[in-house]
Design a protein. Sequence first.
Length: 120
Amino acid sequence: MRFLVDADLPRPTAPMLRDLGHDAVDVRDIGMGSADDERIAEYAQAQKLCLLSGDFGFADIRLYPPQDYHGIVVLTLPKDAHRDYILHLVERFVSQTEVLNRLPGRLAIVGPDRIRLRPA
């Protein structure tokens, strides 16, 4: 899978995804570290990348209709989530091949205990 990692996730996220066999680029590595959500979403859409973020704004299907994207993944994170917690959550998510196969055109809300896909 090809991911665009948002700047709100830890720096090691993209390298970890690459180590797990995925293509991943961090927005900070392409000069978009301070870009607004709309610009990041447009880039992900144009490059056919699955957007991976902790920003719940991307879960607004009125602004970011899932069917227009190669996947949007929003992590549900506690305010005090530390780097290792986030990396573990991402690693667990990407290990679920069946979910990844269904991801294009969908929004995935990823929490510690479940994954919700919209539309179902």
